[in-house]
Write a protein that binds this ligand. Structure first.
Ligand SMILES: Cc1cc2nc3c(=O)[nH]c(=O)nc-3n(C[C@H](O)[C@H](O)[C@H](O)COP(=O)(O)OP(=O)(O)OC[C@H]3O[C@@H](n4cnc5c(N)ncnc54)[C@H](O)[C@@H]3O)c2cc1C
Length: 297
C-alpha cells in the first residue's frame, strides 16, 4: 500500500511515485523521488491540508532552473501547472494577474511586443514566475522584485492569503517575506509604462546572453553568488585554471566558469561533491567563502 494513498481522492493532481526526477530540473541529474503535478488552486489547497495532517514534508519545483534535488527520500516534490488564460496577454495592460507556473519567456515575448518598461530586467532567465519571485531573479538590468505588486500565497497549513509587497521584501537573489512552506500561487505584476526602446533592449540582451552563457547545456545557472561587483566567482574559478575542467560527468562551463554542466549522466551527489571542492579551492585561493546561488535541496 502506498504511503500516499490519502492523495487518491484529490482531483486535478497527477502523482508520480518513485520516478526519475531528471526532467524536473534543468541540470537533469538522475535521481529517484516522488512528485505531484497540481493543476488548480483548490487541488493544491486540499493537497497541502492532507500533507499537513500526515506531517509529510514537501518542496516546490518551478522550472527547476536554480535547484538541485539531492535529498529526495522523505520529501514530496510539488510542481504547479495552473491553467493560463492567454487572453491576459492579448493586449498591453497596467497590471497583470498571472499564475505562478507562467513561464518568464512568455512574459518576455509580451514585453517585447508591447514595449513594457521594466520587464526587460528578466530577459532570458529560464524560470516560472513563482520561482523567479522566490529567488528575486534578475540580470545586470535589474531584478523582478520591483515589478511585483501583490502575491497570493498558500501557507503550510492550507490557508490562502494575499500579500501586498512592501519595500525591503526583496534583496539580492532572495525574498524576505515568504515563510517556510509558503507557496506562491499567483502574482500581480506592474510595469513602468510603454517604451518602444524596450524591444531593442530585450533583443540586444538576448544576443549578449547567447554569447556569454551556456544556454543550451544542462546546468542551473550561476553556482555561486558574486561578492559585490569586484569579486566575481566565475573569474576566480577561471584564474584557478578550473574553467572547462570535468569530473564525474560534470564540467565547469568553457563559456562561463560559474556554471556547472551535466555532460554525462551525473548524479546529485557528484554535483554536491564538485561544488564542495570548488568552494574549498576558492576559499584557499582568495580567502572568500562564496555562498551558493543555486539551491541544493
Ligand atoms: C542557463 C541559465 C541561466 C540563468 N540565468 C539567470 C540570471 O541571469 N539571473 C537569475 O537571477 N537567475 C538565473 N538563472 C537561475 C534561475 O533561472 C532563476 O533562479 C529562476 O528564478 C529559477 O526559477 P524556477 O522557476 O526554475 O525555480 P526553481 O529553480 O524550480 O526553484 C527555485 C526556488 O524557488 C522555490 N519555488 C519555486 N516555485 C515556487 C512557488 N510557486 N512558491 C514558492 N516557492 C517556489 C523552490 O522551492 C526553490 O527554493 C539561470 C539558470 C539557467 C539554467
Amino acid at each position: 500500500v502506498s504511503k500516499f494513498q490519502y492523495l487518491d481522492d484529490i482531483k486535478d493532481i497527477v502523482f508520480h511515485q518513485n520516478t526519475n526526477l531528471e526532467k524536473y530540473t534543468t541540470t537533469k541529474l538522475s535521481c529517484e523521488g516522488d512528485i505531484v503535478i497540481v493543476k488548480s488552486i483548490i487541488a493544491l489547497q486540499k493537497l497541502i491540508i492532507e500533507l499537513h495532517n500526515h506531517s509529510q514534508k514537501y518542496h516546490l519545483v518551478g522550472w527547476g532552473a536554480n535547484q538541485i534535488l539531492h535529498n529526495t527520500h522523505s520529501t514530496l516534490f510539488i510542481k504547479l501547472d495552473f491553467n493560463f488564460d492567454r487572453n491576459i496577454l492579448a493586449k498591453a495592460r497596467d497590471e497583470y494577474v498571472l499564475p505562478a507556473s507562467t513561464s518568464l519567456n512568455v512574459l518576455t515575448s509580451h514585453a517585447q511586443k508591447y514595449g513594457l518598461r521594466g520587464w526587460e530586467v528578466f530577459t532570458g532567465i529560464p524560470a516560472t514566475l513563482g520561482g523567479a519571485i522566490f529567488m528575486n531573479a534578475g540580470t545586470a538590468l535589474g531584478e523582478i522584485g520591483q515589478l511585483i505588486k501583490e502575491v497570493m500565497v498558500l501557507n503550510s497549513e492550507g490557508n490562502l492569503f494575499t500579500y501586498q509587497i512592501q519595500k525591503n521584501d526583496f534583496s539580492y537573489r532572495r525574498n524576505n517575506f515568504l515563510k517556510p512552506g509558503d507557496i506562491i500561487l499567483q502574482a500581480t505584476m506592474i510595469h513602468f509604462g510603454i517604451d518602444p526602446q524596450v524591444k531593442i533592449e530585450i533583443a540586444n540582451y538576448l544576443a549578449y546572453r547567447k554569447e556569454t552563457q551556456p544556454l543550451t547545456t544542462k546546468n542551473c545557472g550561476c553556482i555561486f553568488k558574486n561578492v559585490g561587483n569586484e569579486h566575481k566567482a566565475g573569474q576566480y574559478i577561471d584564474v584557478l585554471g578550473l574553467k572547462g575542467v570535468s569530473l564525474s560527468g560534470l564540467r565547469l562551463s568553457k563559456l562561463h566558469a560559474n556554471f556547472i554542466e551535466n555532460i554525462n549522466g551525473a548524479k546529485p551527489e557528484d554535483f554536491c561533491e564538485l561544488v564542495d571542492i570548488i568552494q574549498y579551492e576558492l576559499e584557499a585561493f582568495c580567502g572568500i567563502k562564496f555562498e551558493l546561488e543555486a539551491k541544493i535541496y
